[in-house]
Design a protein around this ligand. Structure first.
Ligand code: ACM
Ligand code: ZN
Length: 710
């Protein structure tokens, strides 16, 4: 991008950047009277690509021309972004999208969001020229679309009882769905529904147990991941129900495409199911290099879905697992496990939507240091990484197959999106990066320009009451809010992308944009409370981090010879956090390693009602080689060192050890007590955790498990 263009784009702050734009002197003043000189013309013969438009703003008039109403809608969005204080700068723009599929995905299954919030997302993202909403309406944790013929799908499958006894529920009536689809259509957004099969279907199985191989009753399902309970393609009931469901779905969604899922379906039960095996034999499916017999059974099921959709004149989309065991003849593939599936599908002549999770399209991934960002599903997707993703792999261009890439999509899975405001925090501003990649020609994209322009889009979010992410001050090498030292400490900060400044206070007051600016690492020789935040170009602060720094004498090592090994205890019951353990009845158990804390019951990803939850405690001693500041990290509920509670994860989701803490320890042996609770907080099954306590000397990179005296 040339310098003039960067200056112009920074000045005009458009997102996404138009395909072609000339900036001229002067501006058009918007008044009641001058509105009569703003013309919006549909001209089918104008020669512009579908959804494209031209826009001419002079001092005297504004004229937008497009071949479709969609094009004019996008011209209006550009005008809306250009207008400042009642003036629109003079420009000449010719603009059209790079891709026809500019998707965003909404997951109401793990956490439900009501119609008004769905509309809010449509409203905002359509104004940044996104045009497909992929509505993920069914999953293990919830069935969210009313189906008149099968009312139990929402009566039973639309609600779940969580570990703590609370109920999470909600579904969209058919009337509400029509309302959303119409609202989206007014904004030129196509709503593509997803009805998942044959995996991720426990909500449906709970409603109609006959859908599964074992026909077992499942009372509730409230954890995340990939349970090994799928629908049974050995029986006709699955196809009958899905056929009936699709018959209702097509009356609600005019979309050419219907998404049938197909991802993450565990097939172990099919291996033991007489019906599935009978179907495999009848179809003559055998395991070979092309896939296992069970993968081919899934492929058979997806093909039948393709037939069901075709009978209604619709096309099938599935996640890239639908390639396994053979792709249905006319399927479109949504490539999420990287680009490999998408490339294979496009090379075979299928259309593809790119949404590779780890390449930046999963907006549920954490966007800063996981130690201080709200708990998430993990991974790491900064705004820059998201922006840099390009959905057309070179190999497809080289082979003349790039035309099969319909576009790209960002996905906002909601396992860890407990509130609507947090949904927005994860979505924005990263969805703006996706919008620009989806719309703007590749050679017009420029990160340095975008990261400036994105501020205008964020200010727009402020005006519209939308939450979004502002990079937090982070400590290089890992953030920690509980620091300790015995002579002095130096604390440095950075941000995931360049920000105008960070500000801080040391007197306990909340920082403002006018507080002291951070310019170099801070040195502490006394205990302190540091409050620090990032400031945007428009003076808005990120969330404030509060960091305590304790100046302390080294905690003395034990003087007597430390006992060897670990003492272990177990208490049965459903405990939410360590504070609930007051009346726990403890029994001695034997632990060799801290890892054993999570081994007292078998890990069962399905968490049946018979699951025996428990709390466990391990006590012992560990050694440190020299007197120094040590930082501790653990996903257990509590870690006590020398009788003091250093880490308490409270009622939080126990992932990514978000309560690391430091202590100054004298060389030698110290006591440790670790409390672990097998429970499910926020959908996370803690038995999945490694129940180590990790330690490193302050300033070092590498964590190691504490060295238990044996
Ligand atoms: C997916 O993320 N399981 C499609
Ligand atoms: Zn079966």
């Amino acid at each position: 991008m040339n310098l003039l263009c960067i200056i112009a784009s920074a000045l005009l702050q458009l997102v996404p950047m138009p395909a072609r734009m000339q900036v001229r002197d002067g501006s058009f003043k918007v008044t009641e009277a001058s509105r009569a000189r703003m013309a919006f013309v549909v001209d089918a013969a104008c020669g512009l690509p579908e959804e494209g438009y031209t826009l001419e703003v002079t001092r005297k008039y504004v004229k937008a021309v497009a071949s479709t109403e969609a094009g004019l809608f996008y011209a209006r969005q550009t005008l809306r972004q250009l207008e400042k204080d009642g003036r629109i700068p003079c420009v000449k723009i010719t603009d059209y999208p790079r891709f026809r599929w500019r998707g965003f995905h909404v997951d109401p299954c793990r956490h439900f969001l009501p119609v008004e919030e769905v509309k809010k997302q449509i409203d905002i993202l359509s104004s940044y020229k996104m045009n497909v909403m992929h509505w993920h309406l069914t999953d293990d944790q919830g069935w969210r679309i009313e189906i008149k013929k099968y009312p139990r799908l929402t009566e039973v499958g639309g609600a779940r009882i969580e570990f703590d006894g609370s109920v999470h529920q909600g579904y969209y009536t058919q009337e509400e769905i029509r309302e959303v689809v119409a609202y989206a259509a007014e904004r030129h957004v196509t709503v593509v529904p997803e009805i998942e099969m044959p995996g991720h279907g426990i909500a449906a199985v709970r409603a109609y147990p006959g859908l599964s191989c074992s026909k077992e009753t499942v009372s509730t399902f409230y954890t995340w991941g990939t349970p090994d309970l799928s629908m049974c393609p050995g029986q006709e009931f699955m196809f009958k129900l899905l056929d009936d469901v699709i018959a209702e779905v097509v009356t609600l969604f005019p979309s050419e495409y219907i998404h049938v899922g197909g991802d993450e379906c565990r097939k172990n039960r099919w291996e033991m199911c007489p019906d599935c095996q009978a179907r495999i034999r009848a179809l003559g499916l055998v395991s070979d290099d092309a896939g296992t017999a069970e993968e081919k059974l899934q492929s058979y099921a997806v093909r039948r879905m393709e037939g069901i959709l075709a009978a209604h004149g619709r096309k099938l989309i599935g996640w890239d697992e639908i390639l396994e065991g053979g792709l249905s003849p006319n399927a479109t593939v949504m490539s999420w496990r990287g680009e490999k599936g998408g490339i294979a599908a496009a090379m075979a002549g299928h259309d593809v939507i790119m949404t590779p999770s780890k390449a930046g399209m999963y907006l549920d991934h954490v966007q800063g240091d996981p130690k201080i960002e709200p708990v998430s599903i993990g991974n790491y997707t900064t705004l820059e990484k998201c922006y840099m993703y390009d959905p057309v792999p070179e190999v497809l261009t080289e082979n003349g197959k790039a035309g099969h890439i319909l576009g790209l999509q960002c996905n906002n899975w909601s396992e860890y999106l407990y509130t609507y405001s947090h949904r927005e925090y994860m979505l924005f501003p990263r969805a703006f990066a996706v919008a620009e990649t989806a719309w703007t020609p590749k050679d017009k994209k420029d990160w340095d320009s975008f990261r400036v322009r994105v501020d205008a889009a964020c200010r727009d979010l402020d005006r519209r009451g939308v939450n979004y992410h502002i990079p937090l001050p982070e400590q290089p090498g890992g953030s920690c809010n509980s620091l300790a030292f015995y002579d002095k400490a130096e604390v440095a900060f950075t941000t995931t992308r360049p920000m105008p400044r960070m500000v801080y206070t040391l007197d306990g007051s909340e920082p403002t944009a006018a507080s002291m600016a951070y310019s170099k690492p801070l040195t502490f020789t006394e205990s302190a409370t540091l409050k620090i935040a990032t400031v945007t170009s428009y003076g808005k602060l990120s969330p404030v981090r509060t960091i305590t720094l304790r100046k302390e004498a080294p905690w003395p090592a034990v003087t007597a010879a430390p006992e060897k090994g670990l003492k272990g205890f177990r208490a049965d019951g459903r405990f939410v956090c360590a504070a609930d353990l007051g009346n726990a009845i403890w029994k001695e158990v034997s632990f060799k390693r801290l890892r054993d804390l999570a081994s007292l019951e078998p890990y069962n990803r399905n968490l049946p009602d018979s699951t025996r939850f428990y709390a466990a405690r391990a006590e012992g001693f560990f050694r440190v080689g020299e007197t120094a500041t040590y930082r501790f990290s653990s996903d257990c509920d509590q870690v006590w060192i020398d009788g003091k509670c250093l880490i308490d994860n409270g009622k939080e989701v126990k992932r990514f050890s978000r309560h690391d803490a430091e202590a100054v320890l004298e060389a030698g042996a110290h006591s440790v007590k670790v409390v672990f609770i097998y429970n499910v907080i926020g959908g996370w099954n803690s038995l999945h955790n490694k129940t180590e306590v990790l330690v490193k000397k302050a300033g070092e990179e590498k964590w190691v498990p504490i060295d238990i005296v044996k």
